[in-house]
Design a protein around this ligand. Structure first.
Ligand SMILES: Cc1cc2nc3c(=O)[nH]c(=O)nc-3n(C[C@H](O)[C@H](O)[C@H](O)COP(=O)(O)O)c2cc1C
Length: 192
C-alpha cells in the first residue's frame, strides 16, 4: 500500500517577467504527484493568464482578496490551513519587501501571514533591484525568520542587462521543494 500523504503546495506567482516559467514549474510539480493551488498577485495576471494556470494546475486559481463567491472561511485562511508548503516563484522585490515587513494588502501576502507551513522564495528581478540594500536587508530579515531562498541565477536578464536576478533554474527550485516534501513525509511517518 502506498502510504505517502498528499503534498499540498500553495504556489504564489507575482508580477515578474519570469511568471511564464511558472507554467512549466507547475507541470514538473504535477508529474511528481504534488497538488498545486495557485495564488496570483494582480500584477502577475499581466504576465500569464489565470486560465493557463488553472488548466495546468487542475485547480481553481485565486487572485482576489474580496471574492463574493468565497465560503464563510475567508480564502486566505482556508488556503493557509491546508498548505504543506508556500512556494513563491517568481517572487518580486515588492512581495519580498511586503513579506519582510508583515504587510498583507492582497490575497498572497495575507495568506503568507496566516500560513504555518514553510515558506520558500525564488526571487526574480533586475540585478540592481536584487543587489539593492533594501532588497538584501529584506532577504536577511526573512532568512532570520527561517524563510528559505532559492538564489536567483546570473546571466542575461529580460531587461537587456547581464547580472544576478534571473529566476533560478527549475531544477534548483524543484530540488528545494523536494527537500520540504521529504521532511514532510518523514514527519508524517513519525506521527502515524
Ligand atoms: C515588463 C515588466 C517586467 C517586470 N519584471 C519584474 C521582475 O522580474 N521582478 C520584479 O521584482 N519586478 C518586476 N516588475 C515590476 C513589478 O511588476 C511591480 O513592482 C509590481 O508592482 C509587482 O507587483 P506584485 O509584487 O504585487 O506582483 C516588472 C514590471 C514590468 C512592467
Amino acid at each position: 500500500m502506498n502510504n505517502e500523504r498528499l503534498f499540498h503546495i500553495l504556489l504564489g506567482i507575482t508580477g515578474s517577467i519570469a511568471a511564464y516559467k511558472a507554467a512549466d514549474l507547475i507541470r514538473q510539480m504535477q508529474k511528481r504527484g504534488w497538488e498545486i493551488t495557485v495564488i496570483m498577485t494582480r500584477a502577475a495576471t499581466h504576465f500569464i493568464s489565470p486560465l493557463t494556470l488553472q488548466t495546468l494546475s487542475r485547480n481553481r486559481v485565486y487572485a482576489e482578496m474580496f471574492d463574493p463567491e468565497a465560503e464563510w472561511v475567508p480564502d486566505h485562511i482556508a488556503l493557509a490551513d491546508r498548505a504543506d508548503l508556500l512556494l513563491i516563484a517568481p517572487c518580486t522585490a515588492n512581495v519580498m519587501a511586503k513579506l519582510a515587513h508583515g504587510l498583507a494588502d492582497d490575497l498572497l501576502t495575507c495568506t503568507a501571514l496566516a500560513c504555518p507551513a514553510p515558506l520558500l522564495i525564488a526571487p526574480a528581478m533586475n540585478d540592481r533591484m536584487w543587489d539593492h540594500p533594501a532588497t538584501q536587508a529584506n532577504r536577511r530579515l526573512l532568512e532570520e525568520r527561517g524563510v528559505r531562498f532559492v538564489e536567483p541565477a546570473a546571466g542575461d536578464l529580460a531587461c537587456g542587462r547581464e547580472g544576478r536576478g534571473r529566476l533560478a533554474d527549475l531544477e534548483a527550485i524543484l530540488a528545494a521543494v523536494e527537500a520540504v516534501w521529504q521532511a514532510c513525509q518523514a514527519k508524517g511517518r513519525r506521527s502515524s
